[in-house]
Design a binder for this molecule. Structure first.
Ligand code: DQA
Length: 151
């Protein structure tokens, strides 16, 4: 029997300041570190027979490069673009060039916060949005991508 080809990984991309999770405004973002969240996402992906590429950058261009990379090297995208969610046409355009499922993710619920957080460029290209559920949102986003890939 020929061996089944391994599925491409889900790209989980995190934007500015998310490297500080655990100590950054824990009353809003929780106490889990990004490394801990990465482990949760990887473990959940494994239950679906999938894997993750889990990355963070404070630089918009680097995020664009990774989203572009996901076009050929990934099967789906989970994107917490941090503050760039609310400002970046470049990230929107990169997401629009992707044909895979995209989940926009936020630990907090931006719609219950300052008005400037209530606009999302990413949402215009996202298949779905998960927000306000803390670190568990990443686990749910992995489930969502796995379900979308089965459709
Ligand atoms: C965030 C929400 C954004 O408004 C904020 O700028 C972040 C984190 C979240 O995960 O809740 O950096 O994306």
């Amino acid at each position: 029997m020929p061996k089944k080809a391994k599925a491409l990984p889900i790209y989980v991309i995190n934007g500015p300041n998310l490297n500080l999770l655990g100590t950054r405004e824990p009353e809003i973002y929780g106490t889990a570190t990004l490394a801990e969240i990465g482990k949760l996402a990887a473990a959940r992906a494994k239950t679906h027979g999938l894997s993750v590429v889990f990355q963070q950058s404070n630089h918009e261009g680097v995020l664009v490069d990774w989203i572009q990379e996901c076009r050929t090297k990934g099967c789906g995208l989970i994107l917490n673009a941090g503050a760039l969610t609310h400002t970046s046409v470049a990230l929107l355009d990169a997401c629009r060039a992707l044909t895979h499922p995209i989940i926009e993710l936020h630990l907090s619920n931006p719609y219950a916060r300052e008005p400037f957080r209530q606009r999302s460029f990413i949402a215009k290209a996202a298949t779905g949005v998960i927000c306000g559920l803390g670190a568990n949102g990443y686990v749910l986003a992995v489930d969502a991508i796995a379900a979308l890939l089965k459709e």
